[in-house]
Design a protein around this ligand. Structure first.
Ligand code: HMG
Ligand code: MG
Length: 298
């Protein structure tokens, strides 16, 4: 068993973390969070989503958030774009990387983006073409890879097929979303291994929500299979408004602490990261979901 020497952390808290909050978070606080993550050494930050404000009111300020980003050539700021309207808005906002998202569950897709899996791919065709012409990198998400809030168990072969299609249409990285956090390590590893038969291992990312406290164990199981890209959210904030009961992503502090202990490089400074988590937790008015942050006295 060989673990990777380095892992790329994709920080999703400004988007996944804040999209599910009931209270409106000020643009200024979102920018403080993004800057805190950047100064902690995070190089990939998903800052917002250009989605319908009727569907996700919390991200209605996507343009303003992008306008306030601190230019930093070493950092990639990305955003979700479900369709051409989202992509055009992202382009106007100067975003360098976008992400399309679909699912391995028909019902979840209908609830989340109002179309079937097949229709979502039809929407992505012009998005991919326009992005390619402008040299904008596109990431792809597959949701419900280890279970669906509406359909229950999901066939990992369907997950692998959706991942393969995203990769084949030009997504440089495919992020595997355990949207509701029901996965367990062996199931996660089996699903990851099936995806790795279709998409090069280095182009697969783990996006595990921690609802059942399984995310770190699932990540470790997938690291054993060669995973080297991990999505995480500082203070463990997050959830999908269309996946009731699902809590946040695995906390970035917990991931970095585990990887530090395993001698795997992330380039992220744990203390500074904890500071960024403390700041957003104060804005949200609650304790961090990160055991590491809490144990280290924050
Ligand atoms: P729709 O209603 O089918 O879209 O929504 P439509 O094309 O019929 O348009 C309806 C209205 O929305 C129109 O406005 C459009 O202009 C507008 P109106 O004429 O009614 O005033 N519209 C838009 N506005 C802003 N930005 C856009 C956009 N597109 C249309 N891009 C749509 C389809 C995809 C837009 C909608 O369902 C949507 O926005 N869904 C987003 C849901 C979402 O963001 N969910 C959370 C993120 S996914 C997630 O969390 C999972 C993930 O983390 C991985 C995991 O954990 O599994 C990624
Ligand atoms: Mg998510």
């Amino acid at each position: 068993m060989t673990y990777p020497r380095k892992v790329k952390i994709v920080e999703v808290s400004p988007r996944d973390g804040l999209q599910n909050e009931k209270q409106i978070i000020a643009v200024e606080d979102k920018l403080k969070l993004i800057n805190g993550l950047r100064t902690a050494g995070v190089k990939h930050i998903e800052v917002t989503g250009f989605v319908s404000p009727k569907w996700v009111p919390q991200l209605a300020d996507a343009k303003q958030v992008c306008a306030g980003l601190t230019a930093d050539e070493s950092v990639c700021y990305s955003a979700l774009t479900p369709n051409m309207k989202g992509l055009e808005a992202a382009i106007e906002s100067g975003i360098q990387e976008v992400a399309v998202f679909t699912a391995a569950s028909e019902t979840f897709n209908q609830k989340n983006i109002n179309c079937s899996i097949e229709e979502s791919f039809d929407r992505f065709v012009p998005v991919m073409e326009r992005a390619r012409n402008l040299n904008i990198k596109v990431r792809g998400y597959v949701s419900c890879v280890l279970g669906c809030p509406y359909e229950g168990d999901i066939d990992p072969l369907v997950v692998a097929q959706v991942a393969q299609r995203l990769h084949a249409m030009g997504c440089y990285e495919v992020s595997l979303g355990d949207t509701i956090g029901t996965g367990t390590p062996l199931a996660a590893q089996q699903m990851f291994n099936l995806c790795a038969k279709q998409v090069p291992t280095k182009q697969l990312a783990l996006h595990f929500h921690d609802t059942y406290g399984q995310a770190l164990a699932n990540i470790q199981a997938c690291l054993e299979s060669g995973a080297s890209v991990i999505d995480a959210s500082v203070a463990g904030i997050g959830g999908c408004p269309y996946a009731k009961g699902a809590t946040g992503n695995v906390s970035t502090e917990n991931v970095v602490y585990m990887l530090n202990g395993m001698g795997i490089e992330t380039g992220v400074d744990l203390d500074a990261l904890i500071g960024a988590g403390r700041q957003i937790s104060a804005v949200l008015g609650r304790k961090s979901n990160s055991q590491v942050a809490n144990a280290l006295g924050c």
